[in-house]
Design a protein around this ligand. Structure first.
Ligand code: IMP
Ligand code: MG
Length: 192
């Protein structure tokens, strides 16, 4: 038997304290529900699932392994937040898709929608490539901080406007490896 993955009680990054918020089991249960819905909704098509790097890598891997319909995968990379906890609002493409999008059913898989600028940029970018359809999946959504609203087809969890890390999401590139999601401790000075 392999040892279970270690789950820390708290995480400290650059003097900020993060505490458990969504545990690994709850994440997996929600992913199962989303995958079931996608399998149902896209039956009969062969979608291309697009992972938005880096943040979505863990969610993407867990989601696509529950996809039972015929599908393909590809990867897109946007410029990051840098070392800050607040969205810069400027989005740049660092790595484009390798696949042919025209006429295909595209499912864009994001870790989190915060201001909505990244989704806005990617929707326009992919739309120019003439897909048959474009659906958006995001594990997390912060509705109160969203400035550009787009329809999100599948949302894992709606969360408050607070910085979160773990399960692919980082703070200054740290904490992506954590198996669960942690939130900035509200009893602590350094709010988002
Ligand atoms: P948006 O363009 O403001 O919607 O931000 C989208 C991107 O910012 C996400 O794909 C994440 O990579 C990053 N991001 C937004 N909020 C958080 C957070 O709370 N923790 C870590 N990364 C975040
Ligand atoms: Mg992201």
């Amino acid at each position: 038997m392999t040892a279970p993955i270690e789950i820390p009680n708290e995480v400290e990054i650059r003097g900020d304290r993060f505490v458990p918020f969504i545990d690994a089991q709850r994440i997996q249960e929600r992913i199962r529900e989303i995958a079931d819905a996608i399998n149902r909704d896209l039956t009969g098509s062969t979608p291309i699932f697009i992972c938005v790097l880096n943040g979505a890598f863990m969610f993407f891997a867990d989601l696509v392994r529950r996809i039972t319909i015929d599908c393909e995968v590809d990867f897109l990379k946007l410029s990051s937040y840098g070392e800050e906890k607040i969205s810069s609002g400027s989005v740049k493409l660092v790595k484009d898709l390798n696949c042919e999008v025209e006429g295909r059913h595209i499912v864009l898989v994001e870790d989190i929608v915060d201001t909505g600028y990244s989704i806005d940029f990617m929707k326009k970018w992919i739309a120019k490539k003439n897909p048959a359809t474009l659906k958006i999946v995001t594990l997390l959504h912060k509705p109160s901080s969203t400035k550009i609203t787009h329809a999100l087809d599948y949302v894992g969890f709606e969360i408050p406007t607070k910085f979160v890390v773990g399960y692919g999401l980082d703070y200054a590139q740290k904490a992506r490896n954590l198996p669960a999601i942690y939130i900035l401790d509200s009893n602590h000075d350094n709010e988002q």
